[in-house]
Write a protein that binds this ligand. Structure first.
Ligand SMILES: Nc1nc2c(ncn2[C@@H]2O[C@H](COP(=O)(O)OP(=O)(O)O)[C@@H](O)[C@H]2O)c(=O)[nH]1
Ligand SMILES: [Mg+2]
Ligand SMILES: [Zn+2]
Length: 369
């Protein structure tokens, strides 16, 4: 995003964005159309590019050369620097994350919603919250949820793909340059929203299938669909399972309510876990305080379980106190900043968290299907 094209590319290269990966090919959407308006090329893809050994991901900005315009073919020659990489599935240069939960069918569960919001927050990107299936509840219920979300720090939208309610506003919210990814529980209507927002989607899927003489499932990982000029939207199946950060001290920064309170005040202890300790500037007068405590406890429990399975104590710096956790000492070692947390998630360097997490619910999903 925003990276200026390198100036020394060979004459025939074109800059574009990888919108889908297939076994040995990828689709690249070009920044400027070629002869007779061709703006999308099927390109050969080397698994690794050049001496950097980088792997191409959907969302990458790439240089294409060896272009055969009439055939609509080319070859990816070089990769522009990335602005972050989302894992599982890999999507580069994500600009914003759209969390979708249904107002009904399945019933809205604030804890589950919070876990998805945390997953989205951990990318470090702006988060858009969408309440789907608004047609299934009275308008007051949708309004109430939007009001609650607003108090949490999210400007939420209620939509229905049945009635079309809110889709135009969502379209406007997302019609900004860059890639938006959808995440949320299955069955809430993400694919329906994607279809509703990206009219080209059906056509595009058909074109890919026809061209390669295979089914739509050849697009195994993720595909970006044009939503507005420069704006792309993707459903990311593998990203649709919530995960908590590995480090309890990193959890607070993923709650807008805590971030907001810490902008104007500081806790007495820098490793404060905001569990009602004296000198805590966050306090408990916010709706999701209980959910925060629950996530914190879950996270510490997971850490302990992981530690036990490895024959060591996972969180030596913490002890349980009632429903909450508190630092056992003031070790001053829990300095994992939000920035580092974000970077870990974006870089996929969250090794400890991945390898050590025995919980089915929170363990990273396998390859997208
Ligand atoms: N009532 C209602 N049902 C919807 C709406 N959007 C999707 N659905 C239904 O919810 C189910 C799951 O939708 P889908 O888009 O596959 O959800 P995904 O798993 O999140 O991608 C399908 O049966 C849809 O027809 C909506 O706005 N209102
Ligand atoms: Mg779906
Ligand atoms: Zn505090």
């Amino acid at each position: 995003m925003g990276a200026e094209p390198a100036s020394t590319q060979p004459g025939q290269s074109e800059l574009g964005q990888v919108v889908a990966l297939l076994a040995n090919y990828c689709w690249v959407e070009l920044d400027r159309a070629g002869p007779s308006g061709v703006n999308r090329l099927l390109c050969t893809r080397r698994t690794r590019l050049g001496k950097s050994g980088q792997t191409i991901a959907v969302g990458d900005r790439v240089w294409v050369d060896g272009i055969d315009w009439p055939a609509g073919r080319g070859a990816v020659a070089a990769l522009e620097p990335r602005d972050g990489l989302l894992e599982r599935p890999a999507v580069a240069n994500v600009a914003r994350v759209v969390v979708v939960v249904a107002l009904a069918e399945p019933a809205l569960d604030p804890l589950q919603l919070t876990r998805f919001l945390l997953t989205a927050e951990a990318t470090g990107r702006p988060v858009v919250l969408v309440f789907s299936k608004a047609d299934l509840v009275p308008p007051e219920v949708a309004e109430e949820w939007c009001g609650r979300a607003s108090a949490w720090g999210y400007e939420a939208l209620a939509v229905s793909t049945r009635t079309g309610q809110g889709l135009e506003r969502l379209q406007q919210r997302l019609a900004q340059p860059g890639i938006a990814v959808l995440c949320g529980p299955s069955g809430v209507g993400k694919s329906s929203v994607l279809n509703g927002l990206c009219p080209e989607l059906g056509l595009r899927v058909a074109a890919v299938s026809g061209r390669l003489q295979r089914g739509r499932h050849t697009t195994r990982h993720v595909e970006l669909f044009p939503l507005a000029p420069g704006a792309l939207l993707a459903d990311t199946p593998g990203f649709n399972r919530p995960r908590l950060p590995a480090d309890p001290a990193a959890l607070g920064a993923l709650f807008p309510e805590i971030r907001q309170r810490l902008r104007s005040a500081s806790c007495r202890f820098s490793n404060c876990l905001h569990q009602g300790d004296p000198g805590c500037a966050v306090g408990g007068d916010w709706e999701r305080y209980g959910l925060y405590g629950q996530c914190l406890a879950d996270l510490v429990l997971e850490g302990e379980r992981a530690g036990r399975s490895q024959g060591r104590s996972a969180e030596p710096g913490l002890r349980r106190r009632g429903q909450g956790m508190e630092p056992r000492l003031a070790p001053g070692l829990r300095q994992s900043s939000r920035r580092r947390q974000r970077q870990q998630m974006l870089d996929g360097e969250s090794g400890a968290e991945d390898g050590a997490n025995p919980s089915g619910e929170l363990s990273p999903p396998g390859p997208a299907n």
